[in-house]
Design a protein around this ligand. Structure first.
Ligand code: PMP
Ligand code: PLP
Length: 481
């Protein structure tokens, strides 16, 4: 196949924890292999009979793709029956989906996932593999248990997704922040932190795991361009790091933002143009097999579906799956069935790419509404920002040094941030405080930010919320209205 001339992944035995090395997998699940024996009557697995599954048919109304693109209503029905597979009607059915399965997910859906991964990332080593997850939150927990032990440190962007830190903390794993600019994590800072790591000062060994959100980063909205990704990958090779690439926003890469009055930029004319327009992933440049990429349907289909997957070397996928076998047992069968029917039987790879282009255009419109409102209402001598290229977040910087209370020295940074936060709420808008996202929460800061999302509110509400934000800032800083 197409992998033939690619190198094999590096082995990670020197990094794996006793927890993951001690996982032998599920002995009962291993017995499923014998079910292929012709004529065998199974009195083995404790599988309830599908006769007793009180769901005989599932109908789900889904949008008609062609209509979405035109902004019109329109739907079709996705139907799953109990024995569609035996009856030759479908590659998946209720009897199978509602039954016990394997930790890596249903084989038919996993095949679609592997094909999609090959189309989008085409990893440059031979023995890559995918295994399903119940989303990136859980995938990160699994990865931490595979790689880290109490007392270890990992690395992340200096502002990061709080749940990533909160997953690590109770495992005794601390996070060292890497400085960022508008293009995300700085390779030079990553190298600096590692080169100057002092075990005595930090109280732990030099880290070897990098957690990064390269695209539409939460909370900063920054996206690492490919040159930055290559530089970071080079530093990871130099220090032998393992990279966890958490990419829930990968397909929320938007059309370029050209300012409030710019004429609209034509959408990608073909799938090829679309795929060429998005920044290549770490996975796609991972010649060593040092990346575990986590994809999730949460942001492009629905968070409650709780379905995602990781892509990594066979060795790492195998360790991951042996955990899933005795923990999540893979994502919910109902979720898998409905998603599979949608992305494989109704859409196919091509239709899924059409959906992703649709999402790109929708998020572009939302982002543009927020940027235009910010241009209109925010005092630019105090507030500054870089329009995001991807994701759902707008990272708003406040020049706190102009605040009267900062000038007279009556408040700390945290107190002032809280006061501005409360003023914004009094004016009727909720933003998230930047300090909630600090990887190292006790480290002094010299910048103040608030995070806004354009993902959910109606357009007129986004506009109103930003108008209120402008009034709140003027109020707090004692500027004339
Ligand atoms: N506990 C016991 C004693 C069981 O027999 C089983 C199913 N074989 C389970 C737990 C697994 O339950 P679940 O499907 O809810 O994970
Ligand atoms: N990772 C990041 C960076 C996120 O921002 C989020 C969602 O807020 C998640 C992971 C959660 O993803 P999932 O729903 O797949 O667990």
């Amino acid at each position: 196949t197409s992998h033939r001339h690619k190198p094999d992944a590096k082995r990670w035995d020197h990094r794996l924890t006793p927890e993951t090395l001690n996982r032998g997998g599920s002995s009962l699940k291993a017995a499923a292999a014998y079910l292929k024996t012709p004529g065998l009557i199974s009195l083995g697995g404790g599988l309830p009979s599908s006769e007793y599954f009180p769901f005989h048919e599932i109908d789900v109304k889904v949008p008609l793709l062609g209509h979405c693109a035109q902004g019109e209503e329109g739907s079709e029905v996705l139907r799953a029956g109990m024995h569609d597979m035996a009856e030759g009607k479908s590659a998946f059915d209720i009897a199978t989906a509602a039954q016990y399965g394997q930790g890596h997910g249903a084989a038919q859906f996993l095949r679609w996932i592997v094909e999609h991964t090959e189309i989008v990332h085409n990893p440059p080593y031979q023995d890559w593999s995918c295994t399903m997850t119940v989303g990136s939150t859980c995938a990160w927990d699994f990865a931490l248990r595979m790689l880290c032990q109490p007392g270890d440190w990992i690395l992340s962007e200096q502002y990061t997704f709080p749940a990533a830190v909160e997953t690590a903390a109770p495992l005794g794993v601390k996070v060292a922040g890497v400085a960022m600019d508008e293009n995300g994590m700085l390779a030079s800072s990553l190298d600096h932190v590692l080169t100057n790591w002092d075990e005595k000062v930090r109280g732990g060994p030099k880290p070897f795991v990098l957690y990064t959100v390269p695209t539409g980063q939460n909370p900063t909205g920054s996206t690492q361009p490919i040159e930055r990704r290559r530089e970071i990958y080079g530093v990871c090779q130099k220090h032998d790091l393992y990279i966890f690439e958490d990419e829930p926003y990968y397909f929320l890469q938007m059309q370029p933002y050209k300012g409030p009055d710019a004429s609209p930029i034509p959408p990608p004319a073909s799938h090829e143009e679309f795929l060429n327009s998005i920044v290549p992933s770490f996975l796609s440049i991972d010649v060593d097999g040092r990346v575990m990429r986590s994809d999730s349907f949460s942001k492009v289909i629905a968070p409650g579906s709780r379905v995602g997957w990781i892509t990594a070397s066979e060795q790492m996928c195998d360790r991951f799956r042996t955990h899933a076998d005795v923990c999540t047992q893979g994502p919910s069968g109902f979720s898998q069935l409905i998603l599979f029917k949608l992305v494989d039987e109704i859409w196919g790879h091509s239709g899924y790419l059409d959906w992703l282009i649709h999402m790109r255009l929708e998020y572009t419109r939302r982002r543009n509404v927020m940027m235009e409102s910010c241009e209109r209402y925010l005092p630019k001598d105090i507030i500054s920002w870089v329009p995001p290229m991807a994701g759902m977040f707008h990272w708003i910087q406040v020049d706190y040094t102009q605040h009267p209370k900062w000038i007279d020295g009556s408040v700390t940074m945290d107190e002032l941030e809280e006061e501005i936060f409360q003023t914004i709420i009094r004016h009727g808008t909720l933003l998230m405080k930047g300090s909630w996202f600090c990887a190292e929460r006790t480290k002094p800061r010299n910048t103040m930010f608030f995070r806004a999302t354009y993902a959910a509110a109606k357009f007129d509400q986004i506009d109103e919320a930003i108008f209120r934000l402008g009034s709140a800032i003027r109020d707090s800083f004692g500027l004339r209205k």
